[in-house]
Design a binder for this molecule. Sequence first.
Ligand SMILES: [Zn+2]
Length: 258
Amino acid sequence: MKITIFGSASGIPEKGRAQTCIGLESNGRMILLDIGEGATSSIYADGVELDKIEKVFISHTHADHFIGLPRLLQFMKWKKRKKPLEIYLPSKHIDAVEKFLPFLYIFRERFDFEYKFLPLPKDEIFIFESLKMKIFPTQHLKKYQKFAETYGVETNSYGFLIEEISNDGTGAKKFLFSSDIYSVDEVKNYFEGLDLLLIECAHIEIEDIIDAVSDFEIPKIILTHVAPEKDLTTMLDYARMKFDMNIELACDGMKIEL
Ligand SMILES: [Zn+2]
């Protein structure tokens, strides 16, 4: 599988960086994990053939993970897309998003392709024949608990564990994208056997990540969603020297092939 980081910024705007968006390609078919502000421009800059994108998964609807969606839809319309698009969201938010889009003058009737909103699957699913995905809840939004009932919003964000089965069925590659989390412990259960860990570093400390990761042998670790004021150089050097970790910071346009 080929992973492209289209947006690596945290929730704070940064010059030249889009907010969270990860493209994952397997056998020429692509999915997106989150689509924050600026991500559509980043996808365009990368020269992605839009028809490749078949599904979009949104971990939670904070603007830095979601607000790029209307622009992606408009860009696809402008490119005269015909192929249907599936958009997976936390289930409670589907109705509100569907009602909101017409206020951005996005009207289904004017599109040459069908876009469909679906709830994030609770069970492990095959998103393509070669790609298995497990979406697991995390506690990033738990501070909103007391508002959840009043506003009918979800209190879970979600992380993604993806496994690509090779064409001959012999091997598998495993990738985890945490999206936003509350604690490393929520994702640590999934570290075993990973080939790539892409983990946010805005809401948790790098020390906690290094500590958790040092119990496993993960060949590649990338930190994303790092706030601009955070200087992680010393800790990155420490992780490399003490634990021989292959750890680095994400940037827009970064590509990893597993
Ligand atoms: Zn975020």
